[in-house]
Design a protein around this ligand. Structure first.
Ligand code: COD
Ligand code: ATP
Length: 207
C-alpha cells in the first residue's frame, strides 16, 4: 500500500483531484473534515481547546462553535496555536487509518491537507503531491464556491504556505491552470502512474 499526501493553496483543486482518486479506489482522508470531527469526539483535544479558547469553543449541546474559533484563529491571530493543538490529533488518527487500510489490503491511502507541509515533509507519507493554481483563479473560485468575499478567502490564503516555495518537497506537481476537465484528466493519469510505478523506481514530475 502507498500513502500519498495531497496539498496546495486554498482553491487550488486538491479536493477535485482526491474525488477522482476516490473513484479509482483510493481511501482519502480529508484533514479539514477529520479535524472538525476530532474536535468534537476526541476528549483530550476538546479539553485542550476549551483551556486555550474558552468554554465558548463549544455550544451547550456539544457542537463546535465555528464562528468563535474562526474569530479566534483568523481575527485574533491565534491560528498557529489552534493548529498546534489540532494537528497532532489529526496526524495520530491518519496513522491509525493507514494501518487499518494496510491490514485490509487497500492500494492507496491519501491525506488531503492544506497544512500538510507546515512542519516539513511528513515522514509517514511515501509521496507528496502539490496542486498549483494561480492565486487570482483560486480566490475567484473559492469565493464563488463558498459564496464569500474574496477578502475572506485572502485572509485564509495568508495563513497557508506559499506553495511556489515548497515544490522541492513534492514528488509530483499538478498544474491546474486549464479547465476542470483538464484537471480531472491529469488526476487520473497521475493516479495510474503512481500505482504503476510504486514498488519500482520512485519518479517525479510536473503534470
Ligand atoms: C478554523 C476552523 C473552525 C474554520 O472552519 P471553516 O468551516 O470556516 O473552514 P473549512 O474547514 O471549511 O476550511 C475552509 C478553508 O480554510 C482553510 N483553513 C482551515 N483552517 C485553517 C488554518 N488553521 N490555517 C489556514 N487555513 C485554514 C482550509 O484549508 C480551507 O481551504 C477549522 O477549519 C479549524 O478548526 N481549523 C484548524 C485546524 C485544522 O483544521 N487544521 C487542518 C488539519 S491538520
Ligand atoms: N481548473 C478549474 N477550472 C474551473 N474551476 C475549477 C478548476 N479547478 C477547480 N475548480 C473549482 O474550484 C473550486 C475549488 O476547487 P477544490 O475544492 O478542488 O479546491 P481545494 O484546493 O480542495 O479547496 P480548499 O482549499 O478550499 O479545500 C471548486 O468549486 C472546483 O470545482
Amino acid at each position: 500500500m502507498i500513502t500519498v499526501g495531497v496539498t496546495g493553496g486554498i482553491g487550488s483543486g486538491k479536493t477535485t483531484v482526491c474525488k477522482e482518486w476516490e473513484k479509482l479506489g483510493a481511501n482519502v482522508v480529508y484533514a479539514d473534515d477529520l479535524a472538525k470531527e476530532l474536535m468534537v469526539t476526541d476528549d483530550r483535544l476538546r479539553e485542550s481547546l476549551i483551556e486555550a479558547f474558552g468554554e465558548d469553543t463549544y455550544h451547550p449541546d456539544g457542537r463546535l462553535n465555528r464562528p468563535h474559533l474562526i474569530h479566534q484563529a483568523f481575527e485574533e491571530g491565534r491560528v498557529e496555536e489552534l493548529n498546534q493543538l489540532v494537528h497532532p490529533a489529526v496526524a495520530r488518527k491518519f496513522v491509525e487509518i493507514s494501518n487499518e487500510a494496510k491490514q485490509a489490503g487497500e492500494e492507496m491511502v491519501v491525506e488531503e491537507a492544506a497544512l500538510l507541509l507546515n512542519n516539513g515533509r511528513p515522514e509517514n507519507l511515501d509521496l507528496v503531491v502539490i496542486v498549483r493554481s494561480d492565486r487570482e483563479d483560486r480566490l475567484e473560485r473559492v469565493s464563488k464556491r463558498d459564496s464569500v468575499s474574496k477578502k475572506k478567502v485572502m485572509d485564509r490564503d495568508e495563513n497557508q504556505p506559499d506553495f511556489n516555495k515548497l515544490t522541492h518537497l513534492a514528488d509530483y506537481t499538478i498544474e491546474n491552470n486549464g479547465t476542470l476537465e483538464d484537471l480531472r484528466k491529469k488526476s487520473i493519469q497521475l493516479y495510474h502512474k503512481i500505482i504503476q510505478e510504486y514498488g519500482g523506481e520512485k519518479n517525479s514530475g510536473v503534470f
